[in-house]
Write a new protein. Structure first.
Length: 345
């Protein structure tokens, strides 16, 4: 009788459905994905999923449920599985995407994506996911609501500017647009106050945030957005992984002498993180010697201001992660000495 060493239930999560593949590896290290089924992305589907997995996989070897972090659609399932005693692993999308590239998959469908996630779970040992603080989820909801309000306020301001530029502006339209803009502004302030209140209620979190905002350009709002979008860096294990998750990693394509594309940031990660880093980087470049020097050195190297600014954004995000993990404050002397050593080298 063949002994099973590991079993994986891989789930490709969409808004309305779950595509599930069952896989295993035996004592001879033979890997197989042997079953597939689709379920509804709701509690009825979650219950049916667990029953189906138990029927096919049995109870002898624990099953690891592996899924991709797909926006918000995976969250209810992850909580349900965790609450029902299942072992869950949530993988960052870029890791799954890079792994699937290594497989001989010609066409990407929901079924093949589920197969790729299953193979990832079999070949690797992803960490067990634990439910994040509810506070981070609430903060993310609030920060994204605020972001949407700002977008809508910008649209209203542009409409107001266009209306005022008309040959015969409509006074009623202008009044309504002004009212709308005032509403957006008051709601944005209300959300910021709510976010700050929630942060201050958690003494431990507030203590760590105070250390993070010692980084030049990083304020309470920026720190809150970063922590909310990463669930307090729950799935992040390295600075490289963080930059990839944010989409601030650099993509290059070069092959022989015929193919050499201009390096650019991938923008395949979390856009909210990238957006949150923009203003802090500008402030840091203006007011901090280390970041101003880093920016100047990069411009002198390749002459591209945007590329240098993105490098500063990436460095600030990495610093937030480092200070969070080490529970420490920003030390400008340490950063300056580090920069000087790099120049000497």
């Amino acid at each position: 009788m063949t002994d099973i060493l590991k079993q994986v239930a891989a789930i490709d999560v969409a808004q309305d459905k779950l595509d599930v593949s069952l896989g295993r590896i035996n004592q001879y290290l033979v890997k197989e994905v042997y079953a597939f089924k689709t379920f509804d992305n709701n509690e009825t589907g979650f219950s049916a999923l667990i029953k189906w997995v138990k029927k096919f996989a049995g109870m002898k070897i624990p099953v690891r449920y592996v899924m991709e972090a797909t926006g918000v659609y995976h969250q209810r399932l992850a909580y349900y599985l965790s609450d029902n005693g299942c072992r869950v692993s949530i993988i960052l999308p870029n890791k799954i995407r890079n792994f699937i590239k290594s497989l001989d998959i010609k066409t990407i469908t929901d079924k093949t994506a589920s197969y790729g996630i299953c193979r990832f779970g079999i070949d690797n040992n992803p960490m067990i996911w634990h439910k994040p603080k509810e506070l981070f989820l609430v903060l993310r909801q609030l920060s994204r609501e605020r972001d949407q309000l700002i977008v809508e306020r910008t649209v209203a301001k542009n409409q107001l500017h266009a209306e005022k530029a008309e040959a015969f502006p409509n006074k009623g339209t202008i009044a309504r647009l002004n009212q709308r803009i005032e509403l957006f502004q008051s709601q944005e302030k209300e959300i910021r106050k709510e976010m700050e209140r929630l942060i201050r209620q958690d003494a431990e979190l507030m203590g760590k945030v105070k250390k993070i905002i010692t980084i030049p350009g990083v304020g309470l709002l920026t720190a809150t957005i970063v922590l909310a979008e990463t669930n307090g860096f729950d799935l992040i294990r390295s600075k490289k992984q963080l930059t990839s998750y944010s989409g601030l990693d650099v993509e290059e394509k070069e092959s022989g002498t015929s193919v050499k594309k201009k390096p650019k940031i991938s923008k395949k990660g979390n856009r909210h993180l990238r957006k949150a880093m923009y203003m802090p980087s500008l402030t840091a470049i203006r007011h901090d010697d280390y970041f101003r020097g880093l920016y100047a050195r990069l411009i002198s190297k390749h002459g591209i201001k945007m590329k240098a600014a993105v490098a500063v954004q990436r460095k600030i995000l990495e610093l937030i992660y480092t200070l969070w993990k080490n529970d420490s404050v920003y030390d400008p002397k340490y950063m300056q000495n580090k920069a000087e050593k790099l120049l000497i080298a």
